[in-house]
Ligand binder design. Structure first.
Ligand code: ADP
Ligand code: ADP
Length: 234
């Protein structure tokens, strides 16, 4: 079964009398456990697509299913629940709480789910160990390198055990050594836990390491190395 299935998805932004068609009919399936890189020039629609895949936004037309649910059938509250259950987000700029420790940052999504404090802490510590930061539980973001901060953000994205991890330029603020470490962790989490990873990148090396590349241009998928049966490198 597909983790995400988009069929003929469009997204238009209206302001005043004009309309921008950010996505003009995108069909795109993310299989369970897949690892895909989205690439394309600035303004091509990558962020819009990521927001749709992550249930932060809804299509203007077309069908989008996430975890088997048609997002058009869901209320805003149900869409938020689906997002919290199925999706983890990683951003270019980490977006950690600066005054909170690593373990408190990672535990935060569990607070919103009503998990009790001792379990929050135990699960957050386990998630930090999974990104090789078991020795940094009480460090604050300013006491860690960029690569370590991004690994904390990955642990936060994964602590709720989502089916899909969406990463928008996850190595964009990192030097090549830290970027490579973050990519290695994402690849390991994908292969050992089966979490599907979809990342946007401008870095050809990062894109080239993914099993599947999806190139977006002018609101359309221009190239998809994973499209259709038997065409992917596997
Ligand atoms: P990318 O992530 O590839 O740079 P975006 O998805 O951000 O592309 O943008 C695609 C197009 O949609 C661009 O023309 C952009 O200006 C437009 N766009 C994106 N977000 C909005 C918005 N909130 N309101 C109006 N236009 C938008
Ligand atoms: P930058 O490239 O500057 O680091 P980010 O990668 O941090 O930017 O992406 C910020 C984007 O995350 C914004 O476009 C915003 O719409 C989106 N966003 C807003 N709220 C949430 C949320 N709760 N979860 C995930 N993404 C969100």
């Amino acid at each position: 079964p597909a983790a995400i299935e988009a069929v003929g998805v469009t997204r238009s932004y209206r302001f005043g009398d004009s309309t921008v068609e950010a996505l003009r009919g995108v069909s795109f399936t993310v299989a369970e456990g897949e690892y895909a890189a989205i690439v394309g020039p600035s303004g091509s629609g990558k962020s819009t697509l990521m927001h749709l895949l992550g249930c932060l936004d809804r299509p203007t037309s077309g069908t989008l299913r996430v975890g088997g649910r048609d997002v058009a059938q869901l209320s805003d509250g149900e869409l938020a629940d689906l997002r919290n259950r199925e999706i983890g987000f990683v951003f270019q700029a980490f977006q950690l709480l600066p005054r909170s420790s690593a373990v408190d940052n990672v535990a935060l999504p569990l607070l919103y789910r009503g998990v009790k404090a001792p379990q929050r802490r135990a699960r957050a510590a386990a998630a930090l160990e999974a990104v090789n930061l078991g020795h940094r539980l009480t460090h604050r973001p300013s006491q860690m390198s960029g690569g370590e901060q991004q690994r904390v953000a990955i642990a936060r994205a994964l602590v709720g055990e989502p089916r899909i991890l969406l990463a928008d330029e996850p190595t964009g603020n990192l030097d090549s050594r830290n970027g490579a470490e973050v990519m290695r962790i994402l690849e390991e989490l994908n292969s050992t836990r089966g979490v599907a990873v979809v990342l946007v990148t401008h870095d050809d090396e990062v894109a080239g390491r993914a099993r599947r590349q999806v190139r977006v241009r002018d609101g359309l998928v221009e190239l998809d190395t994973g499209a259709g049966p038997g065409t992917g490198p596997g």
